[in-house]
Structures are given as structure tokens and as C-alpha cells.
Design a protein around this ligand. Structure first.
Ligand code: BG6
Length: 550
């Protein structure tokens, strides 16, 4: 039975962008130029593609919205199962999978098992362990826009609490299309599912990325979330923060006394952060058309990496202390004036080419992509963090798809020695470099000068290289394992706070706007399998620098 729409839900619906609002880079620019063309329709779910404590969370029930989607099948459920089989979930745990399609519990469990068998990082799946996990999974069908869903869910969750002893503790995990976030949160609020019990039953909500598509929509979404949940109940995911090597940035910086003094403008020439992917947009063309590299990577993963590299030591590792420090970094980055975007930001789009010996299509030839698409698949930016530590030190960031390899790296390039002493050397010593390899081949490299053995005084650069694999010989958890466990434990330090997300959008939105107001880009402008458009090299060349060869 459908009931009359209540104000909370109507408000949530009103936050959805109207259907004809331009959503791709090209549509936005054309609309602004007065030539409106229909926006591409979102077709598919967005797909997105490491344990710290041995603490086991409270009994809890996890309600997974978007349970039939790709993210749930590839990442969330395999991570939950991995936590279960390593005894990191409580015995009193239950998963309620919510989706639009009809499923009997058994059929849905069988599908999940197939996905876990395909995507789990640890195989094979032990049948008895799976069965114990699977009996805790129930499927609940419903349409997110239907108010009856939330009332039905409320009754069902109470029943499960009674059956499974989950004590009223609930995590609502939103792994849906972003356009459904506000609607679901509104529905949860209206049905009273946000209410914490005086007896101690807690409520948390995990919201996937992307959180908004520009500053205005992120503020709007934060407002909708804030009407229902307190900020301390909200866990916004940026899965890069859950990666072991990203978390190690903090240990490296603040667990070692020797690096802190030189982590400074006096010694650092510049910083390069690269997130390179060799894959294209895979089956996510319609999602990517509306995102592009600036929304998919720059606003979140790249900004978070930058913040971790540049932040001051927090007084403690609690969530707010950490996030306060990251926020200060983001606040110290002056949003660009439209006229400065051209000189500081480069975008690109891949054309056909070769990756790992295979011929691949250009972006405009990918499924669900507009053949005249202006969406960028590559972005490079030069940013400055205007604070006492970093003033004048450029941070060069780049991210792109269909680059020659998958590699995420943070390179701290130190300054040259002030005085060239070894004039007899055949080659001048290179400046020191510290590279934090986030993935793959996780490790840390320090480059320094050494004397070449022999009678002369020849100097050459050598590397000191640490690799996680050989130092620890253990597998790292997947980022989703870390993050889901943290959400269950109530530790929000690896999740982004409302003000952080808005600040990051405040930096990226003027860039997107300047592109929308400017002329059409000449795309494609880099071949798949190359390191991006020439403009990216020119961005550094103008400063007398070049990208590190990874
Ligand atoms: C996601 C992006 O956030 O991260 C994808 O939406 C990207 O486009 C993915 O492929 C990369 O994640 P990872 O963990 O493989 O580096």
C-alpha cells in the first residue's frame, strides 16, 4: 500500500537533480553556452572498485542498500565474509540485503556465494564457514522511493534483533547509485530508524563515494544527512583511506623522528602524487560520463593523499583530531580563479591505443559513452598549500585511466644540495627523492648519492628500497575490510567529515566550472597506453621539472 508522501521524503526527493540538468562535462559546457542538449541518462550502478585491531565489534545488524549492485558483490560482501572467517565479526551479526529485484533468501545467498568465490582475496571458500555466514543473511525487497520499504524494514530489523541478539545496533550501508542517497536517508529518518536506543543500541550510516557532484550538491546532501543523523553517526567512504599503504603514510611520518624535520619547504622542492590506472572505464561508461577524473579522483582520492602528506601531526589519532588536521590543509589551498585554471590544471581524454600489448578502444568508443564526449579521463593539477610548512612548494597531482600501468605513488622530491662539491664526477648527483609506493609493489624508496667504486670521485644515485611483501610476508587486508570493521567499531578516523568533503569540492568545483564556461576541449588528446596529454608534461616543464618515471 502506498501512503501519501510525507514532508521528509518529499524533501529528500527534491534533492535529486532534475532529469534535464546537464550532468556531463560536455552537456554542462553546452548548456552554459546556451545550446542545451539532453543529458545522458544514468544507466548502470556506479562500480568502485587492509587489520588494525583485534577488537571485535558489538553485536550488530548491517543493512546493505544496493545489495544487488556491483559494489556490494565485488567489495562489500567479500570484505564482510573475510572479516567473518577471521573472527572479526561478532557471533551476533546479521546482514539484511536491500534491493529492488525480487529474490528468495536462498537464491540471493547463492548469488553472493558466487561473487565471493570470484572476488574474495582468499580462496577457496570453506563451505561450513560460508554456511554459518550465509544463514545470517536475509534479503528484503523494496523500492527506495517507497515509504512502505522503511516501515517494513523497521519491523523486520526488530524481529532480527530478537532472533539474533543484535541488540539494536545498526549500520545502514548505502552502496546504491548516489542519486538515491538522500532519498534513503530521508526514508530512514521518517521511519525512525535513525533513533538510537537509550539501552545502547547505536545507529550508523555509511555513505559511498561520490558524495555530491559539486560544492552545491555536496552541501545539499550534507544538509539532508544532517537532518536525520548526527555527524558522529556518518561514515563517508573514500576507500583510499583504508589502504594499508595510505595508512602507513601516517606511521611513516609520525612514527619516525628523522623525517619530520625535513618534511618542510626548506628541504622539499616539490611533491608529486600519481594515481595511474591501466584500465579504462570498463562497464561504467554512464557513471563515468557524469564523473570524469576530476570528480572520480581529484576531489577525493588525490585530495586525501595530499592532505595526509601535508598535514601537521595530530595531537591524537582520534577521528576528529585527524580530520581537523586534514581540513587545515584543504583550507590552505586557495580555490583557483577561473583565469588561473588553464595554467594550473590539465585535462585529457584517451583515444584508441595499446595497453599491455592489447589494442584498446578510445574513451568515446566505450559502451554507454557519448561519441562526442567531453568528459576527462585524465587530470593533472598544480596546487599550493599556503601554510608555514609548505608555502611555495608545488604539489603536482595527476590521475588517469588507460595509462601504461597501474601505479599509485607519492614522490617527495628534495632540493638539490646547495653547493656542487663533486665537480669531477661524470654526472652531477641527483637530488634526494623519497617515493611512497601505494600500489602495487607496495613499499618505500629513498634515493641518495653514492660514490662509484674506483679511484676517481664519481658520484651516482642509488636506491634504498623497502617492500612490504618481503619485510612482512603477510597479505594486507582489503581497504573495505578495514573500513567496514572501523564503521562497526565506531572509529571514524578513516572516513571523511562533512566539512572536509565540502572543502575538497570547494577546490575542485571552480575547475569544473571553468571548463564548462570555456571552449570545447580537443579530445581525444592522448593515446591509450601513454602517460597522458602533452599538457601534463608542459605543466611541470614550465617550472623546470618533470614527472617522475614510474
Ligand atoms: C574508484 C573509482 O573510487 O577507485 C574508479 O571510482 C577506480 O574509477 C577505483 O577505478 C580505483 O580503486 P583501486 O583501489 O583499484 O585503486
Amino acid at each position: 500500500m502506498t501512503r501519501p508522501t510525507q514532508p521528509g521524503v518529499a524533501a529528500a526527493r527534491a534533492t535529486r537533480p532534475p532529469d534535464d540538468e546537464p550532468r556531463t562535462a560536455r552537456a554542462l559546457r553546452l548548456a552554459r553556452a546556451g545550446r542545451r542538449r539532453p543529458a545522458a541518462k544514468p544507466v548502470a550502478n556506479p562500480l568502485r572498485e587492509g587489520l588494525r585491531s583485534e577488537r571485535v565489534p558489538d553485536p550488530a545488524l548491517l543493512v546493505l542498500f544496493g545489495a544487488t549492485g556491483d559494489l556490494a558483490h565485488r567489495k562489500v560482501v567479500p570484505a564482510l565474509f573475510q572479516l567473518w572467517r577471521t573472527n572479526l565479526l561478532p557471533h551476533e551479526f546479521a546482514l539484511v540485503a536491500v534491493g529492488r529485484r525480487p529474490y528468495a533468501d536462498e537464491a540471493f545467498r547463492a548469488e553472493l556465494r558466487a561473487s565471493v568465490a570470484q572476488f574474495s582475496r582468499v580462496l577457496p571458500i570453506e563451505t561450513p564457514v560460508w554456511e554459518a555466514f550465509a544463514e545470517r543473511i536475509t534479503y528484503h525487497r523494496g523500492d527506495f522511493a517507497d515509504e512502505a520499504l522503511y516501515d517494513g524494514l523497521s519491523t523486520r530489523l526488530d524481529e532480527i534483533d530478537a532472533e539474533r541478539g543484535t541488540q539494536g545496533n545498526r549500520v545502514f550501508y548505502l552502496a546504491t547509485q548516489p542519486s538515491a542517497f538522500a532519498e534513503i536517508i530521508g526514508g530512514l529518518g521518517r521511519a525512525g530508524l535513525d533513533h538510537e536506543h537509550h539501552a545502547g543500541g547505536w545507529r550508523r550510516v555509511v555513505v559511498e563515494k561520490p558524495f555530491g557532484r559539486d560544492l552545491t550538491s555536496a552541501i545539499r546532501l550534507n544538509r539532508e544527512v544532517g537532518k536525520v543523523f548526527r555527524e558522529s553517526q556518518v561514515y563517508r567512504i573514500d576507500h583510499y583511506l583504508g589502504k594499508e599503504t595510505v595508512r602507513n603514510i601516517l606511521v611513516f611520518r609520525f612514527g619516525n623522528g628523522i623525517f619530520e624535520p625535513i618534511w618542510h619547504r626548506r628541504y622539499v622542492d616539490h611533491v608529486q602524487i600519481t594515481v595511474a590506472e591501466s584500465i579504462g572505464v570498463e562497464k561504467r561508461g554512464s557513471f563515468y560520463e557524469e564523473a570524469g577524473a576530476s570528480r572520480d579522483f581529484l576531489q577525493n582520492h588525490l585530495m586525501q593523499l595530499l592532505a595526509l602528506v601535508a598535514m601537521e601531526p595530530p595531537a591524537t589519532f582520534d577521528a576528529d583530531a585527524m580530520r581537523d588536521e586534514k581540513l587545515k590543509v584543504l583550507r590552505a589551498i586557495e580555490p583557483m580563479a577561473a583565469g588561473d585554471v588553464g595554467a594550473n590544471v590539465v585535462r585529457g581524454q584517451y583515444g584508441p591505443g595499446w595497453v599491455a600489448g592489447e589494442s584498446v578502444a578510445g574513451y568515446r568508443g566505450e559502451p554507454e559513452v557519448d561519441p562526442a564526449s567531453e568528459t576527462e579521463t585524465f587530470v593533472a593539477a598544480r596546487l599550493f598549500v599556503d601554510d608555514w610548512r609548505w608555502a611555495g612548494v608545488p604539489f603536482y597531482l595527476r590521475a588517469g585511466k588507460r595509462l601504461p600501468k597501474r601505479a599509485t605513488e607519492i614522490a617527495i622530491q628534495f632540493k638539490q644540495v646547495p653547493h656542487a662539491l663533486f665537480k669531477e664526477s661524470n654526472a652531477a648527483p641527483e637530488a634526494n627523492l623519497l617515493a611512497l609506493r601505494i600500489q602495487p609493489d607496495e613499499g618505500i624508496l629513498l634515493r641518495f648519492a653514492a660514490k662509484v667504486p674506483g679511484l676517481g670521485l664519481d658520484v651516482r644515485s642509488v636506491n634504498m628500497d623497502f617492500t612490504y611483501g618481503s619485510a612482512f610476508s603477510v597479505d594486507s587486508p582489503d581497504a573495505y575490510e578495514t573500513l567496514i570493521l572501523d564503521a562497526l567499531l565506531g572509529d571514524a578516523s578513516l572516513f571523511t567529515r562533512a566539512d572536509e568533503v565540502e572543502k575538497a569540492w570547494g577546490i575542485v568545483t571552480p575547475i569544473i566550472d571553468a571548463w564548462a564556461d570555456g571552449p570545447a576541449p580537443v579530445f581525444p588528446d592522448y593515446a591509450a597506453g601513454s602517460w597522458g596529454p602533452d599538457g601534463a608534461d608542459a605543466l611541470l616543464a614550465r617550472d623546470g621539472r618533470r614527472w617522475r618515471r614510474i
